[in-house]
Design a protein around this ligand. Structure first.
Ligand code: AQP
Length: 343
């Protein structure tokens, strides 16, 4: 049997990238899973704290994320939906695992390097603004490994931007096995499961991925945006002045991103979408993308609005999920303590 685990940060309303890169895949896996397979989907509040958060907004975003998981089709009868911060075992395991991985390895992670680049003074490379580099930004992937391994997860469905983090989780699992459980492989090495959909890029700057916390709200389409908001954002999306439509992510990142979005909505390949629009213009492509996105989001948006009014129900779902998650994670931790001599 498989143990399928993934998480999402409560850093805002999920956008098309989160939706097609992760959530759609979670729902699909849930539908295909065998009776013995376990599925766990976590709202990872501790991870959100690596960037400054307004406590009131974070509390609301945590609850909204539970509503959104339900709205897109995660079923609490089939999958464990829970808040990471309701399961203390994650932090305990994170500490133990952090002692098995070098600082250098964490410093080589792309996400850390991009934070470091932001903190570096553009004029003087040796000058670093240390105040924006908290320890959590460096050790974030260790906590992520603990999230995964606390359930002895075998599969992790995430967007392709997460590949390096899952590789690290595998190396950490391996390091634990070698240090404490040579005869019997205690942790299986979790497999990355990426979605067929390509990474969705920012609508205003297609050199960056679409992101919840990007400064420009026009750069993303959130799952709760209205038809009018979707129309404005797609209309304003950066493209190019080349005639006709072709799928060429390197030379035409903006146009190709629209094709990626269209393909994710319709289930075709981006190349097939490009072929359909080969002799047409950006206006026609944008109209089709707008229509397809609206068709994809109408149902989850309606369901989210309904669920958002059911705060007691949302809290109950999270509480029930936490009980189930704790039971599994605590069992792992009991064994981990024994193996490490901390029992
Ligand atoms: N642009 C994207 N395209 C495809 N997949 C994406 N994911 C994120 N952005 C894209 C996938 O969504 C899942 C949940 O992501 P997360 O909430 O853990 O945080 P993130 O990856 O850092 O996403 P954001 O939106 O950019 O959040 P912020 O701005 O808060 O950092 C993951 O499986 C991820 O791969």
């Amino acid at each position: 049997p498989r143990v399928i685990f993934s998480g999402i940060q409560p850093t805002g309303i999920p956008h098309l990238g989160n939706y097609f890169g992760a959530l759609v895949n979670w729902v699909k896996l849930q539908a295909e899973a065998g009776a013995d397979d376990k599925l766990l989907f976590s709202v990872v509040g501790w991870h959100a704290l690596t960037l400054p958060q307004d406590p009131r907004k974070l509390a609301a975003a945590r609850s909204d994320m539970i509503a959104l998981l339900l709205a897109v089709g995660i079923d609490p009868k089939r999958s464990v939906i829970f808040h990471q911060d309701h399961v203390q075992a994650h932090t305990e395991l994170s500490w133990i695992l952090g002692c098995l991985i070098s600082v250098g390895r964490l410093q080589r992670m792309t996400t850390w390097k991009s934070r470091l680049a932001v903190a570096r003074n553009a004029n003087d490379e040796s000058e670093i603004d240390d105040s924006v580099l908290n320890t959590g930004l460096l050790t974030y992937p260790v906590l992520q490994a603990a999230d995964i391994l606390a359930y002895k997860s075998t599969h992790v469905p995430v967007g392709d931007d997460q590949q390096q983090h899952i590789e690290l989780a595998r190396d950490i699992a391996d390091a634990f096995n070698r240090a404490y459980s040579k005869k019997r492989r205690f942790f299986s090495l979790p497999d990355l499961m990426t979605t067929p959909s390509k990474r969705i890029l920012s609508l205003t700057d297609p050199s960056a991925k679409m992101s919840k916390s990007a400064f420009d709200p026009k750069s993303r389409i959130e799952l709760t945006h209205t038809a009018a908001e979707i129309t404005t954002r797609i209309r304003g999306a950066t493209t190019d002045s080349i005639q006709g439509i072709t799928y060429d992510p390197v030379a035409r990142p903006g146009t190709s991103n629209l094709l990626t979005i269209l393909a994710a909505c319709t289930g075709e390949s981006a190349e097939a979408c490009a072929a359909r629009f080969a002799s047409r213009d950006h206006g026609a492509l944008k109209a089709a993308v707008t229509e397809a996105v609206e068709a994809a989001l109408a149902q989850p948006r309606k369901e989210f609005t309904r669920l958002r009014a059911e705060q007691t129900y949302l809290a109950d779902v999270a509480a029930e999920g936490a009980v189930k998650a704790r039971e599994m994670a605590d069992a792992t931790l009991r064994e981990v303590r024994k193996l490490t001599g901390l029992a």
